[in-house]
Structure formats: structure tokens, C-alpha cells
Write a new protein. Structure first.
Lengths: 286, 276
């Protein structure tokens, strides 16, 4: 078992835990995952270099890094949409060979089908997986409540704002009750204010029904605000330069961003990403 | 919720009275314009001593139309031409959509058939009419074949374009759900293609009429195209114009129906049906 080396590192909130973490395989286990693309002229691009990553069940992990650091590639590999060139990917103890049903994905853009209502869009996975519709409809009503869209079930995507569309996409990712949620810069296209709202909402949604979440972002505040653990990536080849445990109390709200510990995390990550002075040896908050 | 206020349906604005009033004024202005045009035509033709067999006046055309309709002759010809074009249109629609889907879905079919389709498409299909007459004869089937042949290509091309119109993100979503090819076709590609297909059918309708009329020109014993030739032979130009009015009526009716269907199918994507 490769997970012993990491069991001390997994910082679990003190909520009800189904079993001691060491008794189960980690929700996510990546070992030496690399990805190399071949350009049309035959030259190769090393997008990811030997990524090691572990996430415990119900852990909220965010990955922050500059654009082009391969973080989206990493998420595609986790989602089974892209094959790694090297290394091993395990979700819930099983090797990933393709997209899995126990995973929900939220993409960068909402990707709603314009001819389907919000409700019909949320139910798409149920249709594709051929799951029974009646319980799914009840679950969908709960999810609309959860994402704050009750009353908009019959609206079409073009009638909804960008933030609302992404809420629909979140509900769709949750409809088949996945154990894990993968989010690829889900709020990247939203304006700053809506984005902050969505961060609060997502934190609340996650509190209500804790999944294992991996969220990709290039927004440092977003990464810290949501995370149990922040992985900081650097570019070319993409690699994880540091893992930062965020031990701030939940539920979190905007006032947290003024907390000295939050500010210290922000400053540290900014340094890691090359904004400002070189990173100090000591890790803040550790 | 910060973005809750924008949940109001944008279509609500269309229900206010103002745009409808504006379009009403437009319609009146439009009718007035064409009435004036007809009056100018009516007055100018005798004034310039244009013989009636070259350009008849509108009242003569109206009289010819009334005469032809009353005798039942035009209705009989209309029935035949409509049968030819509608059968041809139906065949073109069914085979156009099937063939379009096949080209997009099956690689080998695209590789094999596409050069042929490009070749035929750059050929004026009308030129094939004499061949069809040799092969199928002078009866109704050759006109149906002509209509189908001409109407087939816009349906085919639009279906193929429409089935390819989804962006990569949508495919990625379906991939992440492990959707089968059939599911992706049914739940993603076909709905996305629907507005394109309707636009193709809109064009195909007029093309089918064109095909039927050309077929009748080359050899027929009934139909509106045949009637035009007969009337031309008799130098009954007013009668020819009367039939043109009927043909325009068919075309406008078909286009209106297709536009209505298009608006329903593509309520979420107005610009595709508008571009045709």
C-alpha cells in the first residue's frame, strides 16, 4: 500500500468520518503521472512531469498555478478523459482506464445543451446512464434548492446568466450522486463579484454533502478559500512545487480573507508563483 | 443571489406592444408600395404601347387566373405538379438526412462518397433531366426523380454541417458520461443539427418545385410546367403570368411553413434559420 507515506499528511476535519482513513484506499492516488504531447512537427512538449498526489475521501483539494502549467491536463487525466504518458492513476482504489460513473465533472464553461431546460440538462447523466427517472427527479429538486435555482427548472440556458448556468452545471455533476467532484476552473469565466458569490455557494454546497473535490483554478484566493489542501503548480513541465494545508475553520465566509493566516497563505503562494520576493524557507501556517 | 435578477426571461420584452405596432405599420407600408407598383404597371403598359403578348397588364393576368381556376384546368395541373414536387421533396428529405448522417458517422462512407457528391454538386443537376427521361420515361416518376435529385443536395449538405456543429466541450461532456455513439447522435448531434436540417429543407422545397417544373418542360402531358409551355405556344402571356403567380404562391407557402417549423425547432438558436 502506497498510502502509508501520506497518511500523516491527510488533514481531515474532525467531522464524522465513516472509517479511519488508513482502512480505506485514498480517494485519489497519483504516482509519477507524466504527460507528453507530440507537436505536429514531431517535437515533444512535456506538459506534466512525475506528479504525485493523494487526496483522502471528503477532502477538498485545490490546484493553483499559472496558465499553461498543465493543471487542466491533470484534471482530464483524473477524469479519465486523457491518458497519462507515464505513471499510475487510482480513484477509490481502482485504476482509471476511462471516465467513471462515481465522478462528477464541472468544466470551464457550463456546456449546457441549449435545447434542454435547466432541469433536463441536470437530468442528462440520468438519461445517458439509464438510471431510474423518478428518484432522480426528487434528487434534482433538492439540487436546484441546493444551488439556489428553485423556480428556474423550466428555464432554457440562454435565459440564465453565466453564474446561473454554472450552477446548473454543478447540479448536473451531482445528480448521479458521484463520490468525487472534479472542477476545471469552474468560475474562470465569471466576473469577480459573481465569482466570489460562487465560492461562498460552493463552500456551502460542499459542507452540505461532502464529496472529494479537486478544483483547478488560477485564482490564489479561490484556491485558499475553498481548500483543505492547496497544491501549487509550476509550468513547463507542470509539477507540484508545494502542498499547503489550509487549517482555517469552516464554514468559511468572506471575512476570512482578512484573517492573518489567510493573508500569509496568499503571500506565500504568490511568492511560489514568482510574484514578488523568493519564497522563504519556513511555511506559513505550518 | 447576485445574479438572480437576471433570471427574468428576455422574451418578456417581445410581449410588449411596441414591436408589433411597428411591424403592423411596416405591413401597411409594404402593401401600399406593391399596390402602387401594380397601378404603375397597369398604366404604363398601354401608355408605352407594349403588346399584351409581351407584357400583359395585371388585370388581364387576374382575369386569366380566374378563368383558369374556374375551368378547373389550373387546379388539375396544380395537383399534378404538387404531387411531383412533394413526393420528390419527401424522398430528398429522407435520403438527404440519412445520407448526411451516414457521411458524418461512418468514415468509409465519407471517404468513398464525398468526391462523388462534390462532383455532382458542382454539376447543374438540371442537365441530368434528359437522362432521367430516357431512363424513367415521360410519366410522373421522372418528374419526381428530377425534383428529388435537385432537392437532395441542400438537405444532405446541411445535415452533415449540422451534425458537425457541436463544439468540443459538448463532446467532452458526453465522453465523460461514457455516452454511446448512438446516444451522442440522438441527444447531442441530431438536436444540434435540427436547425440546419430545417434550413436545408427550406431550400429543398423551392428546389423540388424547380425540379418538377424543369422535368415538365422537357417532356410531360400535364402539370403547371406543361401548362406554361402550352400557353406560351398560344401566345397567352397573361395565362403564363397567371401560372407564375400560382408557382410563387406554392413557394411562399412552403417557405412560410418551413420558417415556422424552423422557429420552433431552433428557438434557442435564431441566427441559423435566419441566415437562410
Amino acid at each position: 500500500m502506497a498510502m502509508a507515506q501520506d497518511s500523516g499528511e491527510i488533514a481531515m476535519p474532525d467531522r464524522e468520518r465513516p472509517a479511519p482513513a488508513s482502512a480505506r484506499p485514498p480517494a485519489i492516488l497519483l504516482q509519477g503521472v507524466g504527460k507528453t504531447f507530440t507537436r505536429r512537427d514531431g517535437s515533444t512538449v512535456n506538459a506534466l512531469a512525475a506528479i504525485d498526489l493523494t487526496a483522502a475521501e471528503q477532502e477538498f483539494v485545490t490546484i493553483v498555478g499559472p496558465s499553461g502549467c498543465g493543471k487542466s491536463t491533470l484534471l482530464k487525466i483524473l477524469a479519465g478523459l486523457s491518458k497519462p504518458s507515464s505513471g499510475q492513476v487510482m480513484l477509490n482504489g481502482a485504476s482509471v482506464v476511462g471516465p467513471r460513473r462515481d465522478v462528477g465533472i464541472v468544466f470551464q464553461s457550463p456546456v449546457l445543451l441549449p435545447w434542454r431546460t435547466a432541469l433536463e440538462n441536470v437530468l442528462l447523466p440520468i438519461t445517458i446512464y439509464r438510471l431510474p427517472m423518478a428518484p432522480a427527479l426528487r434528487h434534482a429538486a433538492e439540487l436546484f434548492e441546493l444551488v439556489g435555482l428553485t423556480g428556474f427548472e423550466k428555464s432554457y440556458p440562454h435565459e440564465l446568466s453565466g453564474g446561473m448556468q454554472q450552477r446548473v452545471a454543478i447540479a448536473r455533476a451531482l445528480i448521479h450522486r458521484p463520490r468525487m467532484l472534479l472542477m476545471d476552473e469552474p468560475f474562470g469565466a465569471l466576473d469577480a463579484l459573481t465569482r466570489q458569490m460562487m465560492n461562498l455557494e460552493l463552500e456551502r454546497i460542499w459542507e452540505a454533502d461532502r464529496k472529494t473535490v479537486v478544483l483547478i483554478t488560477h485564482d490564489i484566493n479561490e484556491a485558499i478559500f475553498l481548500a483543505d489542501r492547496v497544491l501549487v503548480m509550476s509550468a513547463r513541465p507542470g509539477r507540484i512545487v508545494e502542498t499547503i494545508r489550509v487549517e482555517l475553520p469552516r464554514p468559511r465566509d468572506v471575512s476570512l480573507m482578512a484573517d492573518p493566516r489567510f493573508v500569509a497563505h496568499t503571500t506565500h503562494i504568490q511568492r511560489l508563483l514568482g510574484l514578488g520576493a523568493p519564497a522563504p524557507a519556513a511555511r506559513p501556517g505550518a | 443571489m447576485a445574479d438572480g435578477a437576471s433570471g427574468k426571461l428576455p422574451s418578456a420584452d417581445l410581449d410588449s406592444g411596441e414591436p408589433r405596432l411597428a411591424s403592423g405599420l411596416n405591413a401597411i407600408g409594404l402593401i401600399a408600395f406593391y399596390v402602387v407598383l401594380l397601378i404603375v404597371w397597369q398604366v404604363l403598359v398601354p401608355l408605352l404601347h407594349v403588346p399584351a403578348y409581351v407584357v400583359p397588364v395585371p388585370t388581364d393576368i387576374l382575369a386569366a387566373l380566374a378563368r383558369g381556376l374556374a375551368s378547373g384546368q389550373y387546379l388539375k395541373d396544380l395537383g399534378i405538379t404538387l404531387t411531383e414536387m412533394l413526393l420528390g421533396f419527401l424522398i430528398a428529405a429522407v435520403f438527404g438526412v440519412l445520407m448526411g448522417a451516414l457521411i458524418v458517422e461512418v468514415r468509409i462512407v465519407e471517404r468513398l462518397i464525398y468526391p462523388l457528391i462534390v462532383a455532382i454538386q458542382s454539376l447543374p443537376k438540371i442537365a441530368l433531366a434528359p437522362l432521367l427521361l430516357i431512363w424513367i420515361g415521360f410519366g410522373l416518376p421522372s418528374k419526381v426523380a428530377m425534383a428529388a435529385l435537385v432537392a437532395f443536395f441542400p438537405v444532405l449538405v446541411n445535415t452533415a454541417t449540422g451534425l458537425r456543429s457541436c463544439d468540443r466541450d459538448m463532446y467532452q461532456l458526453f465522453d465523460s458520461l461514457r455516452a454511446s455513439r448512438l446516444q451522442a447522435l440522438w441527444h447531442l448531434k441530431l438536436p444540434a443539427a435540427a436547425p440546419y436540417i430545417v434550413a436545408g429543407l427550406d431550400v429543398a422545397f423551392v428546389f423540388a418545385l424547380l425540379g418538377a417544373i424543369v422535368g415538365e418542360f422537357l417532356g410531360a402531358s400535364a402539370g403547371l410546367g406543361y401548362a406554361i409551355l402550352q400557353l406560351q405556344f398560344q401566345l397567352d402571356t397573361a395565362g403564363v403570368f397567371a401560372i407564375l403567380v400560382i408557382l410563387a404562391g406554392i413557394g411562399v407557402t412552403g417557405h412560410t411553413v418551413m420558417r415556422a417549423i424552423g422557429r420552433r425547432v431552433a428557438f434557442w438558436q435564431a441566427q441559423v434559420s435566419e441566415s437562410r
